[in-house]
Design a protein around this ligand. Structure first.
Ligand SMILES: NC(=O)c1ccc[n+]([C@@H]2O[C@H](COP(=O)([O-])OP(=O)(O)OC[C@H]3O[C@@H](n4cnc5c(N)ncnc54)[C@H](O)[C@@H]3O)[C@@H](O)[C@H]2O)c1
Length: 278
């Protein structure tokens, strides 16, 4: 199966790696600029070198995985059986990407979106085929969960097909109904938002908030470090979707989260967020 991954950022590179590491899968890793797609590929190279260094895989196996990934713009997706859209969490961008792909990919190519919170039904409006949600978790090459979401027009067979593909690439699918934030982000992102409010109120410093949640709730990582790992822009976008869709003010994004995003401090990917990575 040939899989087009559209967007080679934090998630796109991990998703591309997960597919390329599976026998029988090839990947077309795409972005809006060739150099962005190359940067995504460089991240995969680094991960593969790490696995080779740790003797988890042989050098030959590593080279084979990398050779299965072709890098470029979305016009290299002409032979794809499946495309997974992994661009920004903005409805218009996702719709535009699929509209453009209609004229590039084969007629029977499956459209899947890695959206964290947006309506699959609305993404598919105006397209010549249904869309299915295939929601991976960060880091996508290692995290086992894939939420599989059907929109109003997504055939049950398509949901089933994506579940099968998820299993093939070593993931555990969970079928989820269309709802703002689905399951994980509806619970996780408001918790992260509240952790930011608690930190901003000075109840504890950032390390204190995280240590409290790691030791007090047995979370593997504190919510503030997790926010930086996810990307603060992504956390904000998800919070806004949940707030807009539910109309419930308990989901108002934390002012401090908005302030950090406006300052371009997006977390680990920009070298600075709640914590500094420089
Ligand atoms: N970060 C997470 O933990 C996480 C987890 C699950 C799902 N998601 C979702 O995955 C998607 C991507 O998130 P991310 O964290 O990888 O973001 P990111 O900012 O790291 O990467 C997004 C990439 O998409 C590219 N892009 C933007 N417009 C494009 C277009 N028109 N065509 C092709 N590429 C385009 C950007 O250049 C960038 O490289 C979002 O919808 C997000 O909600 C994120």
């Amino acid at each position: 199966m040939i899989v087009g991954v559209i967007g080679a950022g934090t998630m796109g590179s991990g998703i591309a790696q997960a597919f390329a590491m599976t026998e029988g899968y090839e990947v077309r890793l795409c972005d809006i600029k060739e150099e962005f797609a190359q940067a995504g590929f460089a991240k995969i190279q680094k991960n593969i070198n790490f696995l080779v260094g740790k003797e988890k895989i042989t050098k030959e196996a590593g080279d084979k995985i990398l050779s299965k990934i072709k890098v470029g713009l979305s016009n290299i997706c002409t032979d794809c059986d499946l495309v997974v859209e992994v661009a920004l969490e903005k409805m218009e961008i996702k719709k535009e990407i699929f509209k453009e792909l209609e004229n590039i990919v084969p007629k029977d190519c499956i459209f899947a979106s890695n959206t964290s919170s947006l309506s699959i039904t609305r993404i598919s409006e105006g397209l010549d085929r249904p869309v299915v949600g295939m929601h991976f978790f960060n880091p996508a090459d290692r995290m086992k969960l894939v939420e599989v979401i059907g929109g109003k027009n997504t055939p049950a067979e398509l949901v089933k097909k994506i579940e099968e593909i998820a299993v093939e690439i070593g993931k555990t699918p969970v079928q989820v109904k269309e709802a703002p934030g689905f399951v994980v982000n509806r619970i996780l992102i408001p918790m992260i938002n509240e952790a930011i409010n608690v930190w901003d109120a000075g109840t504890a410093d950032a390390e204190g908030v995280d240590t409290a949640m790691v030791l007090g709730c047995a979370h593997p990582m504190g919510p503030l470090h997790l926010a930086d790992l996810i990307g603060l822009d992504i956390c904000l976008a998800i919070m806004e979707v949940i707030h807009n869709e539910t109309g419930d003010d308990k989901y108002i994004p934390a002012p401090k989260l908005k302030e950090l995003v406006a300052a371009g401090k997006l977390g680990k990917k920009t070298g600075e967020g709640i914590f500094s990575y420089k």
